[in-house]
Design a protein around this ligand. Structure first.
Ligand code: GDP
Ligand code: CA
Length: 334
């Protein structure tokens, strides 16, 4: 009986910036060794995006593109390698706000090209494809949406009549260092946002969907907050497997703990799993990996209807990260 030549696994990853990008380096290494015909589509968070000095900056898209394309500053984890900061210094010398965002000279070129194309009428998904022609990240990189979505964080401010103020997520993270309580997370524009072209198909036609250890609130949370994406995740025949960004009760890097606390979600591998929920009960997950140190959470997570395993989950190098990717695919039979 004739049959099609076997094709590789179609993997779709819903990603934030640094955590997602690092995970995908390991995923790509694993697939290159075990499933070279596999294809990876990345649906990246765009709710961190910000307009600065008239330029559209997309931190998570760029972190994925630079990391997988070999242009990332590996020590910082974001921005371009061999970066200089002359433009930032000149802007500061003019007293132009904001001065807290790390806008490097090389990076600036990306934002100039992006903004020029957006001004010419191209949607962000087309712009991203054009930028990736240079970087060749080895994945198909899609923004979650072509619509403007911006996460704002409500913080205390005694100078405001209400005692509170909403600031852009980047200001919370970079200027305030996430050192003050997050009273609320407001994803402005998310309700009205539609999925970018290709996103729904990437989820419904996937063989497996992976939630890397990205921030559950401001990365994964906003992606799955796009209604069409949430619906596609409910409808897809593919299993959905996630890896905990919380290890031993703490985020490894970033500010997930502050935001989870602000939303009243327990800062633990089990707390995030229960927040996502089992697909059986209308949630997101068919499988969840926790770190070995959280092996005590496995029974509780499985009791919530989510198959779970404890394995090392620290992305210390590409081999360790590739093993995490392999364990995730294996947990859901891929
Ligand atoms: P961002 O957009 O740059 O903040 O990156 P992501 O949202 O993709 O990922 C950030 C999250 O990755 C952080 O909140 C951490 O909880 C998680 N993270 C970072 N490094 C590791 C690691 O080595 N292991 C695990 N399990 N999680 C990590
Ligand atoms: Ca981010």
């Amino acid at each position: 009986m004739p049959h099609d030549a076997p094709t590789g696994t179609r993997v779709t990853v819903l990603s934030g910036g640094v955590g997602g990008a690092r995970f995908m380096q390991g995923l790509l290494q694993h697939l290159a060794a075990r499933d070279p015909a596999a294809t990876v589509t990345v649906v990246a968070n765009t709710a961190d995006d910000i307009w600065l000095h008239g330029l559209k900056v997309c931190p998570d898209l760029d972190t994925v593109m630079y990391t997988l394309g070999g242009g990332i500053d590996t020590a910082r984890g974001w921005g371009r390698t061999d970066e200089t900061w002359h433009a930032k210094e000149e802007l500061a010398a003019y007293g132009v706000e904001p001065t807290w965002f790390g806008l490097g000279d090389r990076d600036l070129a990306t934002h100039l090209v992006r903004t020029q194309m957006l001004d010419a009428g191209y949607p962000l998904s087309d712009v991203t494809r054009a930028l990736c022609r240079r970087w060749q990240p080895g994945v198909e990189l899609l923004p979650m949406s072509d619509d403007r979505v911006e996460t704002h964080i409500v913080v205390d401010d005694a100078d405001e009549p209400s005692g509170q103020r909403a600031i852009h997520f980047q200001e919370y993270w970079i200027r305030l260092g996430a050192q003050v309580p997050a009273r609320a997370v407001v994803p402005v524009g998310l309700d009205a946002a539609t999925a970018a072209p290709g996103v729904v198909d990437a989820i419904t036609a996937a063989d497996v969907v992976v939630l890397p250890p990205s921030n559950p609130v401001v990365s994964i949370g906003t992606i799955v907050g796009v209604r069409e994406i949430r619906d596609a995740l409910a409808a897809t025949p593919a299993p959905v497997v996630g890896l905990s960004p919380i290890v031993a009760g703490a985020h490894v890097r970033g500010m997930a703990a502050q935001l989870l606390t602000g939303l009243g979600i327990e800062v633990s591998a089990a707390g995030v799993a229960e927040h996502y929920g089992s697909r059986r009960d209308g949630g997101l997950l068919d499988g969840w990996l926790v770190d070995e140190r959280d092996a005590g959470d496995v029974a509780r997570i499985e009791a919530a209807g989510i198959p779970c395993r404890a394995v090392p989950l620290m992305m210390t190098d590409h081999d360790a990260t590739a093993a995490m990717a392999a364990a995730a695919l294996e947990l859901v039979g891929r």
